[in-house]
Design a protein around this ligand. Structure first.
Ligand code: PGA
Length: 253
């Protein structure tokens, strides 16, 4: 079975102390993950080492970064490289979240560089794609997300891309409480998988986990995750409430 993943995206929330408590509460639930399941905590940079040590003893739980820079190293004050993340034992990194695209002008080309640097440093990228409301209303969302994949990922050889995680996050559903319908989610995930299949073949496309993100909550996670092409979720708001995220982990296939 494809990897089924619940990824928490804390964004710029929580003090260190609050974050530690949140992790303790979630890990305290002692949810034993099956071999095909993963739980990731994408926390702010200063909390990565703490998070990594909190999950150290827990099978299939990992710390993740929320971003890295598109250069290997050098005079880029304030930035963090994939190599640095690797050096503290971080194995996953979100790339191209819509908030990065919108507020920090990250474009598909830049994200292609970030994805490559992640792989060069043995970090699995969680690559985000998704359309705005204007694009959804114009009905051009399928072409839009296909272009995001093509421009940021299709330079990768099959042996690398098979290990990527993709997160489909319709921008109109992020933090708005407005979730995509089950049909919209499944339809888009199937489309993304067919775009991957067109480039890399069906076998590789069937290996890639595609997460849904955008107002995943404790009470809608199960039906979303049960869609055949939805392999878990990237969760913002609801990942900050222990009880809710525990339910979301329990909803994994
Ligand atoms: P949300 O955020 O769950 O709060 O909508 C999801 C995300 O941006 O990853």
């Amino acid at each position: 079975m494809r990897r089924q993943i619940a990824a928490a995206n804390w964004k710029m929330n929580c003090t260190f102390q609050h974050g530690e408590k949140l992790l303790d509460e979630i890990l305290g639930a002692k949810i034993a993950l099956q071999t095909h399941q993963r739980v990731l905590f994408a926390v702010p940079y200063p909390y990565l080492i703490m998070t990594r040590s909190e999950v150290e003893e827990e099978l299939n739980y990992y710390a993740a970064a929320q971003n890295c820079y598109n250069k290997q190293s050098g005079a880029f004050t304030g930035e963090v490289s994939a190599e640095m993340l690797h050096s503290i034992g971080v194995l996953y990194c979100i790339i191209g979240h819509s908030e990065r695209r919108e507020y920090f002008n990250e474009n598909n080309m830049m994200l292609a560089e970030k994805v490559s640097l992640c792989f060069e440093n043995s970090i699995t990228p969680i690559f985000c794609c998704g359309e705005s409301l204007t694009i959804r209303e114009a009905g051009t969302q399928n072409d839009f997300v296909a272009t995001q994949l093509k421009e940021s990922l299709f330079h990768l050889p099959a042996k690398k891309i098979r290990n990527i995680i993709i997160a489909y996050e319709p921008v109109w559903a992020i933090g708005t409480g407005k979730t995509a319908t089950i049909e919209q989610a499944q339809e888009m995930h199937q489309h993304l998988r067919s775009v991957l299949a067109g480039q890399y073949g069906t076998n590789i496309a069937n290996e890639i986990s595609i997460l849904y993100g955008g107002s995943v909550k404790a009470d809608n996670a199960s039906e979303l995750f049960n869609c055949p092409d939805v392999d878990g979720g990237l969760v913002g708001g609801a990942s900050l409430v222990a009880e809710d995220f525990i339910k979301i982990i329990n909803a994994l296939k």
